[in-house]
Design a protein around this ligand. Structure first.
Ligand code: SAH
Length: 223
């Protein structure tokens, strides 16, 4: 039998979907199911476990944050995943968003620039048995050339503009979501590339992310 604490967290996770995601208009049943399944509390530091299913971002160390559950679900829904896609994710962080993507896509390649976060995320993802995920330590603004092109790309840090290498590594018929804007707030942008390679950009609303640092992002020393 499960202990009381595990039961309480399971309940909080289901309640999160019913009170934070569905009422705000999220509809993709596969995404909602993944949000009901992935144990977000295992991706946050021990002291934050009891608030893992609350309606806000949380610190994950190294001055970085795990996004609000709604933002994770919104960005995931925006990718329109059917189950077979190859996905590139930039900004592994805790690995929580990676795990949600791993539930919904064929393969996930995730890039993180901070060694301690990449290491911890890899460990958590391994422990949960996500064998369709690879985490790499490097500057994600360059993409991950080796496995390109990708059906879908998700960036979970705020960029001054859409990094060119990511557009180059997106397949025809592909979708890329990325927060673009200033330091304090950004606009969530969905970039689609049609079958002829034509690029279309669509605004999806405001958001607040930590900076995407790197060659095609914000300058590393300018913080
Ligand atoms: N999606 C994550 C949260 C991401 S926070 C989660 O679910 O926990 C943003 C992350 O992007 C941070 O971990 C930060 O180190 C990383 N990041 C910033 N610039 C990056 C870059 N150029 N390449 C890879 N990762 C980057």
């Amino acid at each position: 039998m499960k202990n009381k604490n595990a039961e309480r967290l399971d309940w909080a996770r289901k309640k999160m979907v019913d009170t934070q995601l569905i009422p705000r208009g999220l509809k993709d049943e596969r995404v909602l199911e993944a949000m009901r399944k992935v144990p977000r509390h295992l991706f946050v530091q021990e002291v934050h476990r009891s608030s893992a299913y609350e309606d806000y971002p949380l610190p994950i160390g190294e001055e970085q944050t795990i996004s609000q559950p709604y933002m994770v679900a919104l960005m995931t829904e925006a990718l329109k995943l059917s189950g077979k896609e190859t996905v590139l994710e930039i900004g592994t962080g805790s690995g929580y968003q990676t795990a949600v993507l791993a539930e919904l896509a064929g393969r996930v390649y995730s890039v993180e620039r901070i060694p301690a976060l990449a290491g911890r995320a890899r460990k958590t993802l391994d422990e949960l048995g996500h064998s369709n995920v690879l985490v790499r330590l490097s500057d994600g603004t360059m993409g991950w050339e080796e496995h390109a092109p990708y059906d879908r790309i998700m960036v979970t840090a705020g960029a001054p503009s859409v990094p060119e290498p990511l557009i180059d590594q997106l397949k025809d018929d592909g979708i890329l979501v990325i927060p673009v804007g200033g330091d304090l707030s950004q606009e969530l942008i969905r970039v689609t590339r049609d079958q002829k390679g034509k690029i279309r950009k669509e605004k999806m609303g405001g958001c607040v992310f930590v900076r995407l640092l790197g060659k095609h992002g914000w300058e590393v020393n300018n913080r």
